[in-house]
Design a protein around this ligand. Structure first.
Ligand SMILES: [Zn+2]
Length: 271
């Protein structure tokens, strides 16, 4: 069952930002503040992706639904590198338009992200990368194997979409969404890259960290040439339940630490 839409806004204290998912119907007087905090979070994600070595010049993209305006999302201007993104220079676009690059956003980025955010009302943030290890695993016929705990995050929640060229046509959207499914948390775009989706910026970033780690581990294991041991189906299912309660209790606890890490290097993403 789909969860209702929640805003991706954050509650800001003097010293840190906390994850805060407010019901969208409550986002009235607080809408401007929620959008500001969503912008800070999204700008932070661009900076963290760059710091993680997942950036690709000005290309690829991360999106965030606008709190209180569920048919709009935020994305970086096409011409900016990830380290140049700030809360205020993110572009707000309507997912119901058919934007081309004269609007200042990357056309494949607009198509990919508007498709996901339109189809999945439970998703507020989507992160797309071309990390080589992830592309490599996505090109393996059997895809991601359950070799490690990081891979367990995607047990029965990972879709595969065959390569059709640059994601410039809205007609590809339904096929991508069929592959992601109603409950999928990540999509391997074969021969291309990956997308992680979440209700929060923290969630999409964390999922990508796990996905990159799991893909690196898989390639190391398979490259070693020995007989690999996969986690059993029973253990996968029981671990999934454990992870679910873990996420409920401590979800996002590390996000302020990631922001402090950014602040120590360059806090300009906040402005
Ligand atoms: Zn791409």
């Amino acid at each position: 069952m789909r969860r209702p839409f929640h805003s991706a806004g954050l509650r800001q204290t003097e010293d840190e930002l906390e994850l805060h998912a407010a019901p969208v119907e409550a986002a009235t007087a607080d809408t401007a503040q929620h959008e500001k905090l969503a912008r800070v979070n999204l700008a932070a994600m661009y900076r963290l992706v760059e710091q993680s070595g997942w950036g690709e010049g000005i290309f690829n993209h991360i999106s965030m639904r606008v709190p209180g305006s569920p048919r709009e999302f935020l994305i970086k201007p096409h011409e900016l590198g990830y380290a140049e993104v700030t809360a205020s220079n993110l572009v707000r676009v309507s997912m119901d338009d058919d934007l081309d690059e004269r609007s200042g956003v990357n056309r494949p980025g607009f198509v990919l992200h508007s498709t996901i955010l339109k189809a999945r009302s439970d998703v507020n943030c989507a992160l797309h990368v071309h990390v080589p290890e992830v592309v490599a695993v996505g090109a393996l016929r059997r895809g991601l194997r359950m070799y490690c705990q990081a891979a367990l995050r995607f047990y029965e929640q990972l879709g595969y979409h065959p390569y059709e060229g640059l994601t410039e046509s809205l007609e590809e959207g339904p096929r991508m969404m069929k592959a992601l499914g109603r409950n999928g948390v990540a999509l391997l775009l074969r021969n291309h890259g990956a997308v992680t989706v979440s209700e929060t910026a923290w969630g999409a970033f964390s999922l990508m960290r796990y996905l990159v780690s799991a893909c690196k581990i898989q390639l190391q294991i398979e490259g070693a040439g020995g007989e690999a041991v996969e986690i059993s189906q029973g253990a996968c299912e029981s671990a999934r339940k454990q992870l679910s309660s873990h996420n409920t209790g401590r979800a996002g606890a590390d996000w302020p630490a990631w922001l402090r890490r950014l602040d120590a290097v360059d806090p300009t993403y906040r402005f």
